[in-house]
Ligand binder design. Structure first.
Ligand code: DGL
Length: 270
């Protein structure tokens, strides 16, 4: 590794605005790191696509991030983490972190009645990654899985509260309420954008797991272990790239992060 390698950026990607919830946590915990965020807005949603296609999309984005000299990659997307993490790790040498395991560990820590709800896209729920990882750590757990595909377009539109999102959320959350889960994993990085609406519908004792903070802690550890955390003490540079409609992305993005995103550039993936 050359002398300046620690100033190389961290690459982060999602199908759209959802991964900004992870980017926000990363910026807070690692303010001096340079970062490149890719939102694949031309092909969102990933959650209704096949494993093969999700792996192809994820590979194209990783190729781009590596060509931009990233030192590690964070898959800020549960769907791509569920279906492509193993594949990507076997294809590339740089560290790649997903969002599933940190969320699983947090949920197990918080649940008292050992009944956990998992919300995710169709692809994430179909992969059964959450349930199998949860049960591997504790075989006695009860898990209620629920796909919530309509949450993704609502988040992309920035339509996060009011009658329509509430009705949709009630419909999706009903089985979790009936089964008396005490902990709910927001197993899609778009869902924290609808956190207030989801919280209002669930009973007060239910704990919501948004893995963004724990993912950011994990990334910090990985940088330290590999000795490639930046030595810089000035705010890191963020480059935000999307595959379509940068203006629409910008309108929604600015509402959901605590920093100025700046210019958003359109790119093409191959
Ligand atoms: N935000 C992503 C996830 O965490 C993808 C949602 C989608 O594109 O369907 O699963």
């Amino acid at each position: 590794m050359n002398k300046n390698s620690n100033s190389r950026p961290i690459g982060i990607f999602d199908s759209g605005v959802g991964g900004l919830t992870v980017l926000n946590a990363l910026k807070k915990q690692l303010p001096f790191e340079n970062m490149i965020y890719v939102g694949d807005t031309a092909r969102v949603p990933y959650g209704n696509k096949s494993e093969k296609l999700i792996q192809q999309y994820a590979r194209e984005i990783c190729d781009l991030l590596i060509s931009l000299d990233c030192k590690m990659i964070v898959i800020a997307c549960n769907t791509a983490s569920s279906l492509a993490l193993t594949y990507l790790r076997s294809s590339y040498a740089l560290p790649i972190e997903g969002v599933i395991e940190p969320g699983v560990e947090e949920a197990i820590k918080h649940s008292r009645n050992k009944h956990i709800g998992v919300l995710g896209t169709h692809a994430t729920i179909r992969s059964n990654v959450y349930e199998s990882k949860l049960k591997k750590l504790n075989p006695d757990l009860m898990v209620t899985n629920q796909a919530c595909p309509l949450f993704v377009p609502l988040a992309e539109e920035g339509w996060v509260d009011g009658e329509i999102p509430e009705k949709i959320a009630k419909y999706y959350l009903n089985p979790l309420v009936k089964n008396k889960v005490d902990t709910v994993i927001l197993g899609c990085t778009h869902y924290p954008i609808l956190k207030a609406t989801i919280t209002n519908i669930l009973p007060k004792n239910v704990h919501l797991i948004d893995s963004a903070e724990v993912v950011a802690q994990k990334v910090k550890q990985i940088l330290a272990q590999n000795k490639f955390a930046t030595e810089s003490k000035t705010e890191g540079h963020l480059e935000c790239l999307v595959t379509d409609m940068p203006n629409q992305f910008s309108l929604v993005a600015d509402r959901f992060v605590d920093f100025a995103i700046g210019e958003i550039k359109a790119i093409e993936l191959h």
